[in-house]
Design a protein around this ligand. Sequence first.
Ligand code: URP
Ligand code: ZN
Ligand code: ZN
Length: 469
Amino acid sequence: MSTLIKGGRIITAADDYVGDIYVEGERIAMLGESLDVDADRVIDASGKYVLPGCVDPHTHLDMPFGGTTTIDDVTSGQTAAAFGGTTCHVDFCIQSPGSSFADALDTWHGKRDGKQIIDMGFHIAVTDLREGGSLEELARLPEQGITSYKLFMAYKGALMVDDETLFRTMEVASQTGALVMVHAENGDLIDVLVRQALEAGNTEPLYHALTRPPEAEGEATNRAIQLAHVAGAPLYVVHVTCREAVEPIARAREAGWNVWGETCTQYFFNSLDDIAKPNFEGAKYVYSPPVRDKSNWDVLWNAVRTDALSAISTDHCAFLWDGQKTLGKDDFSKIPNGGPGLENRLHMIHEFGARAGRISLNRMVELLATSPAKLFGLYPKKGTVAVGSDADLVIFDPERKHTITAATQHSKTDYNLYEGTEVTGTPDVVLLRGNVLVEGDELVASPGIGQYVARARFGQELRAKSAIA
Ligand code: URP
Ligand code: ZN
Ligand code: ZN
């Protein structure tokens, strides 16, 4: 099967030009001006942008968490992703304390097998190196394409690790070519503040934010940076929300340390005003780290502009408001932490980033596709439009209007963090390895079309031929 995409404005992290793309099978075979070639299918992209499929490095599909399980499984979450122009993501495979990494991977492969709409890889989340996985087992994971180790410095009593586990994992990463990822909040401090709030009778969702102050994030971010430097491991700080965390990352990067940071769409748009909404509405905005004071929005835009932060993910971790968030109706600490986002990252960052002039279109592509692909061993198979790359492409209509609303979204959750927002610009056609997934409002592909991607080690390239396990 061959496809010719004609006359689109091709935008990568580096380039912006009008041209044709010829796709043969699953990959881009030719790029050029007015290609004179026959194809089985021709798509007219004039007046449209042609972007690389976006890559989301941070999602939680079908994950047990907070006394329940995230509402989007692989098929519903990836359908939402496809409609939002995301064609590849890296999900968290969580080690259960006391179990091996192999057990966790068996479970997570079972969740995706035959259900995928887009391509995906896994990070391993390390929770226990004493009675569960061993350092030796961890060291072997990059051979299976698991080339990032994630640790939680918060969620005491659940996923949180101590500094010894964090540091020992970093030491392994420094030897195996894995990237260490941290959820950086001081879990001990938060645990004390939560107990004090509940003892004082403060049970409303707002107290989720008030018991997780920006200092807790700043302290843990700096601690992780210093530990990674001692271990000699590269570090990626996930879901950065505030000045207190941006500053140590920016300082480390200026010093030439191997440190990167990501923020998520919601931290540019949600704030304390949302989590303070009455009638338990605020529970929709309970995720961690929490919403912040609005003054941080500009801090984050500035950070993504200057590459203090290098990627924007979704941290898609969707729960129903009615039936799951309500587990914490009388106690904010029982509200499952997490929010939806896979469907609207490109919409929101295009509208309020690129169209508003805060970032260029090239930088938008870099933040949503190219940098995540490079950092997580997917590039140049994913994350760009180049000869030899997978034909993961988004034909994006920059003039088509779209209203973001839970009523028409593809995620199974019952709310949207950006409800009612009108954007100008939305994906028209989305292709995965040359296969059309989405055409206008229709999903035209079936579960099973997406594949598992074994990722390259940190700093190495992934070439298309060897990529699929
Ligand atoms: O609240 C959040 N972010 N839930 C998902 C787990 C995590 O911390 O990323
Ligand atoms: Zn987290
Ligand atoms: Zn997360």
